[in-house]
Unconditional design. Structure first.
Length: 440
């Protein structure tokens, strides 16, 4: 059996920073990674904290990278009992996540001690490098497991770095001409072929998003929409036709047709349904696009994505009446774990949640036209590509862009500067994974 590990970029960097610090005499530092699980079998782990082994627990020994006392082992055992979570003994190898002979011989014993203290969770040991990991774990059922893949969620992202499929690599190289988008990175096509993208809402914004993702080369999709197309959708739904209206096609079927027309080998979960009914499939996504037209739905989708440690890119648009004429407003917002959420970014507020049922403006109920959806979706897709490729070499992504139709401009709001370095107070990393019921 194989396991998966997700870790946010800030936590990943914090672990590396601590474990890379020189010790007075030890060649390596060690610590413990605390993880929640997002499945019943505890094969899908989400790291939420890191605890270093104190300096006084090390023993001077030139025969290995780090030797430590029984106090260090008891620390791991106590963490498992206190937090009722998975605990992974962790250290760093700078030249790649390859275990040494000493690692193979001695670390299983450390992990087994933690298992003996708390057998109801997955425990083990882990070696990290900058982009990969190696891990051996013991599941609650007693089965031994090897770490299948590591995903680092943040900017930049690392997606399934251990899931190397040589057959997939050959297919991608043979079937995709990336000469015009080679600046995105030499391995971008392979990343796009491995990543799974969720699109929630397949109307104006969602249909544009699907089309552009398929053109770029993404191969795995989870499409969430329970609606059939109506004639009133034709002014903005890309790929739809009058025949689709006559046949009462599902919007998800139209989106699937667009993808398959560009990427014949793509895997598309296009079963019609609300995202709430497809949570299991959506939880496997690496990035989710939210193209919903109500604030309650956007709030609930973000809460789900935060619990699963999935970046959410939210698209919203509205038309409002002015003293003379109308104005189109829109925004794209990136909700990234351990960074500002949609509440922090001002996209969702108590006020707009309270007025959810109101008719915004007098241009008609939630009016929509095709070109703003195209502009917003294009920038949203750009956010996703920047996350997984970091093609510009920037230090952090733009978390929000606002659009006004009369000027045709996209710009970051002035308030964004005050959110730099701010950690979201609404969603805590320790609250990720499956819901836990704790006796009080």
């Amino acid at each position: 059996m194989e396991t998966q590990l997700k870790i946010t970029r800030p936590l990943f960097e914090r672990v590396h920073e601590d474990l890379s610090c020189p010790h007075q005499f030890a060649w390596e530092r060690v610590g413990y990674l605390l993880c929640n699980s997002r499945d019943a079998k505890q094969t899908k782990l989400i790291a939420f904290d890191y605890v270093p082994v104190p300096d006084e627990f090390y023993v001077e020994d030139d025969t290995c990278g780090a030797r430590f006392t029984s106090d260090a082992v008891r620390l791991g055992m106590s963490l498992a009992l206190e937090h009722k979570c998975s605990v992974l003994h962790v250290h760093v190898h700078a030249l790649g996540a390859y275990p040494s002979k000493t690692d193979k011989e001695e670390l299983p014993g450390v992990a087994q001690s933690i298992v003996n203290a708390s057998s109801s969770n997955t425990h083990g040991w882990l070696i990290l490098s900058k982009t990969t990991a190696y891990g051996e774990l013991t599941l609650p059922c007693g089965t031994k497991s090897i770490l299948k893949d590591l995903s680092v969620v943040g900017h930049p992202m690392v997606i399934h770095s251990l899931a190397v499929d040589s057959k997939l690599q050959v297919e991608v190289e043979e079937n995709m001409n990336n000469s015009r988008q080679g600046f995105l990175g030499l391995n971008f096509n392979q990343i796009a072929a491995k990543a799974t993208i969720g699109i929630v809402g397949l109307g104006g914004g969602g249909s544009h998003t699907v089309q552009q993702l398929a053109h770029i080369g993404f191969q795995n999709y989870v499409l969430c929409d329970n609606d059939r197309i109506a004639e009133s959708n034709l002014n903005r739904l890309v790929g739809a036709s009058l025949r689709d209206v006559e046949n009462k096609e599902f919007k998800s079927a139209i989106a699937s047709r667009i993808i398959k027309g560009l990427q014949p080998n793509a895997f598309v979960d296009s079963t019609p349904g609300r995202w709430e009914d497809k949570r299991e499939a959506l939880a496997e996504c690496d990035i989710v696009f939210g193209c919903l037209d109500n604030f309650v739905g956007r709030r609930d989708l973000e809460a789900f994505c935060r619990r699963q440690v999935i970046p959410l890119i939210d698209i919203g648009m509205d038309v409002r009446s002015m003293a003379i004429g109308y104005e189109i407003y829109g925004q794209i917002a990136l909700s990234l774990p351990e960074h500002p959420c949609l509440h922090c970014l001002g996209v969702i507020s108590e006020k707009n949640l309270e007025h959810e049922a109101a008719d915004y403006g007098d241009a008609g109920f939630r009016p929509q036209v095709v070109w703003p959806n195209g502009i917003l979706a294009s920038s949203a897709v750009g956010m996703a590509v920047s996350l997984i490729s970091n093609w510009s070499g920037g230090t952090e992504p733009l978390f929000r862009l606002d659009y006004t139709g009369s000027t045709g401009l996209l710009h970051p709001p002035p308030t964004l500067q005050y959110l730099k370095g701010v950690k979201c107070p609404h969603y805590k990393l320790e609250q990720t994974g499956s819901v836990k019921f704790i006796s009080i």
